[in-house]
Design a protein around this ligand. Structure first.
Ligand SMILES: [Zn+2]
Length: 365
């Protein structure tokens, strides 16, 4: 099969011919049809040699975070899946045997990592050695338990966006978003931010406060649901007072923090300080600098700050069901496809998207 592999850092990706792997045990072989690229992949590749506290795929590495395709073969212990099924492959890998894994919290496993991307601890190297395949290849192997079965009305290109949609969904779910909540999305025009808007609409959130810089993309987001979405450009100053005013003086119940890396801490604190009493901030992006914390304010206002990482395969299934029912509308996304020999070009394209998070960059192996 053809696989776009990185042989060492700063080299271009190279298309190699390698053997198609064979699924064993409860693993499945997936014929990849589309694999999403997020802008942060460029940072991940640049960091691979310098951050020993994280884990990365070993060279020659097959990256590719968000694969979708059809099942080509199943291991002998797979009883309920079969070749031909259309799937998204949740890249979340964990040990499967620790207390957190056994309690259905794989993201809290100390070996947790995202296949074809990076892990969050040195221990995450272990699942990478077990599953060294990302989505920049014609075939890959993953555990059957990582498969999200796709409805017919979700294309492979749309499914290749499930990773960041799922991250936003996991955050909204953990912050208890729904028909009685208002949600401010900080960094609304990026990949995570657009995902959060589409999911908040699907989850029945009546008022969505979209905050970002790019006024054109904000206008496109507002047009998705003019009666439910209000927008604020950071060019017009901090969002705190605006957000309070838009929510009858109370402030939003939830902030989804989806700013990109390198964002100033003030951008987060302005959104945080807008929260209503009892409010929750769910962190899925944001800058890396320390935030000033005022403990009494958290206490008196009953504020929660929630660190949210990725999502479970079960939550991926919920997204698929919402898309099947039509409550989740993925049609606002526009797709730009690149072939396996264009991975480097695709990574650049992901960093320079005209429509921000409304653009979806995929590799089609
Ligand atoms: Zn574990």
């Amino acid at each position: 099969m053809s696989a776009a592999r990185l042989h060492k850092s700063n080299d271009p990706f190279q298309v190699d011919q390698i053997d198609i792997p064979e699924p064993t045990g409860s693993d499945v072989l997936v014929r990849v049809r589309a694999c999403g690229i997020v802008p942060n992949l460029k940072n991940v590749l640049a960091a691979a040699d310098f951050l020993p506290e994280l884990a990365f795929p070993e060279y020659p590495a097959i990256y590719g975070l968000d694969p979708a395709g059809e099942i080509a073969a199943v291991g002998p212990d797979v009883l309920e899946m079969s070749p031909g099924q259309r799937v998204y492959v949740n890249p979340g890998r964990s040990c499967g045997s620790c207390k957190q894994c056994r309690n259905s919290h794989p993201q809290r496993c100390k070996s947790y990592g995202l296949g074809g991307y990076h892990g969050f601890t040195p221990e995450a190297a272990r699942p990478f050695r077990r599953y060294p395949w990302g989505g920049f290849a014609e075939y890959m192997i993953a555990p059957a338990s990582a498969m999200v079965v796709l409805p017919d009305n979700v294309s492979y290109e749309e499914a290749a966006r499930f990773g960041y949609l799922g991250t936003s969904y996991g955050a909204l779910a953990r912050a208890e978003a729904g028909p009685t909540t208002s949600v401010l999305i900080n960094g609304a025009t990026g990949t995570l931010g657009v995902g959060a808007i589409l999911l908040a609409l699907a989850m029945g959130v009546p008022k969505i406060l979209a905050v970002a810089r790019n006024e054109d993309t904000l206008a496109s987001l507002k047009a998705l649901a003019p009666s439910r979405i209000v927008t604020h450009s950071n060019n017009d100053g901090p969002c705190t007072d605006w957000a309070k005013k838009e929510t009858d003086g109370d402030g939003p119940d939830i902030v989804i923090e989806a700013l990109g890396p390198g964002s100033p801490p003030e951008a987060t604190t302005h959104a945080l300080k807008s929260l209503a009493r009892g409010g929750r901030l769910a962190m899925i992006g944001g800058g890396f600098d320390a935030l000033p914390i005022e403990p009494p304010w958290f206490m008196v206002n009953q504020i929660s700050y929630l660190g949210c990482l990725w999502f479970t395969t079960a939550q991926g299934g919920e997204i698929a069901q919402m898309a099947a029912a039509g409550t989740l509308d993925l049609s606002p996304l526009t797709h730009e496809a690149f072939t396996l020999d264009q991975v480097d070009k695709a990574i650049e394209a992901a960093c320079n998207r005209e429509r921000g998070g409304l653009s979806n960059i995929v590799i089609t192996p």
